[in-house]
Design a protein around this ligand. Sequence first.
Ligand SMILES: [Zn+2]
Length: 397
Amino acid sequence: MNAPIATKVACFNCGSEQTRVFYRIDDIPVHSCLLMPSREAAVGYPRGELQLAVCDTCGFVQNSAFDPTVHEYSTRYEETQAFSPRFNRFVDELVARYDQMIGLAGKSVLEIGCGKGEFLVRMCEVGGCRGIGIDPGYRPERTNSPAADRIEFIQDFYSERYTHLQADIVICRHTLEHIQPTREFMQMVRRSIGDRPNTVVCFELPDLERVLEYQGFWDIYYEHCSYFSMGSLARLFRSCGFDVFALEKVYDGQYLLIDARPVDVPTSASLPQEDDLQHIRDLVARFEVDLPRTAARWRDTFQRAKQQGKKTAIWGSGSKAVAFMTSLGLGSEVDAVTDINPYRQGMFMPGTGHRIVPPAELATLRPDLVVAMNPIYLEEIGADLKKMGLTPELMAV
Ligand SMILES: [Zn+2]
């Protein structure tokens, strides 16, 4: 982590030039969710520069040094969380939420950035609706559902080519944070809806406020070029011809949900939680002061364990783990990285090159310290460890 430098890039949300870099990391893997087949490929994976800048006009945070050409969202992209019972409960709560909102039976759903399609499949199974899912990383062999004949999947990026696709509800989960031209993208979504005012548009994405509050540097990585708070997200939607009727935090405050309807003209803020601009400015200032201490504390935790001859493991091998380890410069201080997703096991971590092992291998390693990459999974991780007869110190970021 190096001292911020001044790079001026206009805000992709509102166009303002009042942006300021407040956090910088050189040399982080440009992909943290791709499956790496060998240690050499993982260690040698291309790296990029991250310069987080906050917009003083709208509160949006973006990586000013982001290069969109380096990205590969292919079928090798492994983002699914569907192997966690806790996550699947959340998915069912979301489906129920959207069912309550519009009554899904007989309706059509368009999901932009549907990943492996699990959410869309669940929506169609439970809600009795039809679906279209678009994602370059979709894998047809993973869909096995009685609702499959009501769902069409398109292995591609959403673009102008697909703006003719119409639906009663447009869903976009954990995708907008990967998109640099956020305003252009929302304008395209708005154009695609045209003159159908009853369409609802529902987005879900990580919450910036929480990342700033906890100095959660493990949630800052190259694939995420765009970071939203409730206010900056609502301001973007409103400026692109949407009226925001719901805006909330879910999943222990980790994710934002925004629900909107198309309108003919830009709308003004109407929900109290949109009024967060000064709060975000204050949090950014505090992040700059507190982050070095938070990072040092985590580095010390692992280095001290190593000096004391203790074995350490990280639970979770996705983007958070890659960001956590590469930002701290951890290597041999971490003895194992484990993941419950079988598609990740046997693959290698971009950056550090650790092999991802199945949790069962921890029974042999017998770690003294396990650090979970998301506190929401502590309970199920604790239960899994206990089943293997392990009682390490268990912490979460
Ligand atoms: Zn802005």
